[in-house]
Design a protein around this ligand. Structure first.
Ligand SMILES: *[C@@H]1O[C@H](CO)[C@@H](O)[C@H](O)[C@H]1NC(C)=O
Ligand SMILES: *[C@@H]1O[C@H](CO)[C@@H](O)[C@H](O)[C@H]1NC(C)=O
Ligand SMILES: *[C@@H]1O[C@H](CO)[C@@H](O)[C@H](O)[C@H]1NC(C)=O
Ligand SMILES: *[C@@H]1O[C@H](CO)[C@@H](O)[C@H](O)[C@H]1NC(C)=O
Ligand SMILES: *[C@@H]1O[C@H](CO)[C@@H](O)[C@H](O)[C@H]1NC(C)=O
Length: 303
């Protein structure tokens, strides 16, 4: 019986190979085998394509927009619709915290709203005038920001660090001591929470000895045209890749024509070089408004 069965199978197989129906069945099997081999490769390629934007970066926002009712809504909208994107937002009530212990009622209403999002880190603005400004005045401004939650009795009326505008590019021991003194102050003040965050803005690549005195440094602030020029000159290529996590890039005046795949390419380039990025198509008052492609930019940051 066993022999007969095996012979029958043999005959069946042979006839399948020979019949037209058999060839069709074989073609179908071959098709399925090929699909099984190819589909995973296609899926992997598609996933890679989605990720080929490079490493994830945070959206950096110099929010020099007065919080008239509704004025910060375009920012709140993208923050709430992109919970997987982190935002570092600089607020500047009056070229610093302003003259009073607390900023005005529009700020005290809007700051706690922004601060309540888990994906937002707020920073307070001060300027150092290239490390020439009276350091006592800076220390006072920083202490003012740090005291907001206690003075207002509102833990959400708070920033989590300081953005130092106009820091030097050229090295001097004195300037480094000055900046380190201020960083130590930020790190020590409880009003900024457990990890007071420090950003320096020299606006260009500074002497590398300054980098470690901040958590992040703005190594480019300028127009799209300037960014292109510096890329062509390979200026950013010289920055060690290991410092990417400490770098920020601010690109404004992007031509309106740069959208779709061109904007995607720009975001990708910026993401490869810096951990915090701001890109706007506005070419005037570019920190005081949100451009028409604001949402498109944030969408690309989420990929
Ligand atoms: C966003 O922030 C969260 C919480 O701080 C952190 O765990 C996460 O790694 C951040 N993601 C990016 C892309 O920075
Ligand atoms: C808040 O902003 C509105 C609109 O700009 C303004 O009219 C109002 O005076 C501001 N409130 C305060 C307390 O400054
Ligand atoms: C810096 O500011 C403090 C506080 O206002 C003042 O006492 C000091 O004289 C100033 N120092 C300089 C060098 O202007
Ligand atoms: C930081 O600067 C302040 C104000 O000039 C000064 O009193 C303090 O001693 C400095 N701290 C350090 C560690 O240099
Ligand atoms: C950084 O990494 C990129 C590729 O990931 C490489 O092309 C580039 O040469 C590296 N730059 C430096 C300065 O090491």
């Amino acid at each position: 019986m066993s022999t007969a069965t095996s012979d029958e199978k043999h005959v069946n197989r042979r006839s399948i190979l020979r019949s037209k129906r058999g060839r069709i069945i074989l073609a179908v099997i071959a098709f399925i085998v090929i699909c099984a081999a190819v589909i995973p490769a296609v899926v992997v390629t598609t996933l890679r394509k989605k990720n080929n934007m490079g490493p994830k970066s945070k959206v950096f926002v110099p929010l020099y927009v007065y919080p008239a009712p509704g004025a910060w809504t375009p920012l709140e909208n993208v923050i709430s619709t992109h919970p997987d994107v982190n935002f570092t937002v600089v607020i500047n009530p009056g070229n610093g915290p302003g003259p009073d212990q607390l900023p005005d009622a529009n700020y005290t209403r809007e700051i706690p709203n922004l601060a309540s999002y888990a994906n937002v880190r707020l920073l307070g603005y001060v300027h150092t005038s290239y490390a020439q400004r009276n350091i006592s005045l800076l220390r006072r401004d920083i202490a003012t920001y740090a005291a907001w939650p206690t003075v207002s009795s509102n833990p959400h009326l708070a920033v989590r660090g300081i953005f130092f505008d106009e820091t030097p590019q050229q090295f001097s021991d004195q300037a480094l001591g000055y900046l380190q003194n201020l960083t130590d102050l930020v790190k020590g003040l409880k009003g900024f929470g457990p990890n007071g965050f420090v950003v320096h803005n020299p606006g260009a690549i500074p002497d590398s000895r300054y980098l470690s005195s901040a958590d992040s440094t703005v190594v480019f602030e300028g127009t799209y045209g300037m960014f292109q020029e510096r890329q062509r000159a390979q200026l950013f290529a010289g920055i060690p890749n290991s410092t990417r996590g400490q770098l920020c890039a601010v690109i404004h005046s992007v031509p309106e024509s740069q959208d779709g795949s061109a904007l995607r390419g720009l975001v990708k380039d910026a993401r490869n070089m810096a951990d915090e990025i701001f890109i706007t198509h506005l070419d005037t008052d570019y920190y005081a408004n949100f451009g028409g492609k604001w949402t498109e930019f944030v969408d690309l940051m989420a990929e």
